[in-house]
Design a protein around this ligand. Sequence first.
Ligand SMILES: NC(=O)c1ccc[n+]([C@@H]2O[C@H](COP(=O)([O-])OP(=O)(O)OC[C@H]3O[C@@H](n4cnc5c(N)ncnc54)[C@H](OP(=O)(O)O)[C@@H]3O)[C@@H](O)[C@H]2O)c1
Length: 327
Amino acid sequence: MIQHTSLLRPILLNNGAKMPRIGVGTYLLQGELCREIVERALQLGYRHVDTAHSYENEKDIGVAIHAIERRGNISRKQLFVTTKVNRIYQHPVDVKLSLEESLEDLKSKYVDLLLIHSPWGLKNRGDGDTKPMREDGTFDCYPYDLKATWRAMEDAVHAGKVKSIGLSNFTEKLTKMILANARIRPQNLQFECHAYYQQNQLKSFCDENQISCTAYAPLGAPGKPMWHASEEDSKCKLLEDKTVLDIADKYERTPAQILLRFLLERNIAVIPKTSSVQRLEENETVFDFDLEGGDVQKLKSLDRGIRFFLFKQYSHHSYFPQKNEPF
Ligand SMILES: NC(=O)c1ccc[n+]([C@@H]2O[C@H](COP(=O)([O-])OP(=O)(O)OC[C@H]3O[C@@H](n4cnc5c(N)ncnc54)[C@H](OP(=O)(O)O)[C@@H]3O)[C@@H](O)[C@H]2O)c1
């Protein structure tokens, strides 16, 4: 377990950059609501924002950040903004394009962390369609040379447009392949991680290789679109789990606060998404209590291989993980 006081410090990446442990997730947030949530988050003390080219909300996030900067409250340097390369832009030439579009929308000269959104890419048909479909209703996948994609990520660092680079939804095997060919080692791996899917193996691998970890879906993604998970797993509501509820009662905290604190104690950054200002505040008030060892053990016992993002639409992609291979 890490010390309470060290949780207040950011996570140190392997290049010396500092990543705040709690970020605001923005998947499914767009328009006015996105602008309001990000602005309020920054006012409340969040300094880390997670977005992606494919979330189609970078313009809104740019407006929110700019509004806060203009008021002089917070400077861009104090923020940590993560974005992800669009799946249709994994060709080395297109990585630059994805990043340029993100930077323009975010109204920023750089991003703090750029991730390859997933190893499975989509065909760039040249018409701007970011979700190209085949006639059979599945995604039009494309197996880009990920070593070349990574070189383009490294070039973006050398060009000063990105401070740190990393991966998302990569298995250990694919991450090893990147490591073996990297001039710049990945600084972060973002993956699904919560009490029902604790990812101990992938986390140990990252620790051994000095790759920091970020948990997406830290609350079990209750608001995700139905098609993401299996029907059976969708019925499992992590925020309503009896063990989590009992521990929350004991500490007079909410289930979300217990789940986030549990991940933070494992030295994993969290990026919960909410569309409620009240919950924004709740989700960052997680440093003023300590979980007892027995309760941590109870939370550890919830690990049951339930994942809420299956990415079934990409399962025919040649890089898609083999059965039971964690990513
Ligand atoms: N790299 C990837 O492929 C990938 C994939 C998925 C997600 N992500 C990133 O990770 C972020 C988080 O994941 P996620 O949004 O899927 O799932 P999540 O953060 O686990 O869950 C979000 C859901 O929880 C609800 N919620 C938030 N705070 C709550 C609280 N205190 N009490 C009760 N309910 C609460 C939200 O509802 P309300 O909105 O109604 O408050 C929303 O429906 C995303 O937003 C995105 O930035 C990355």
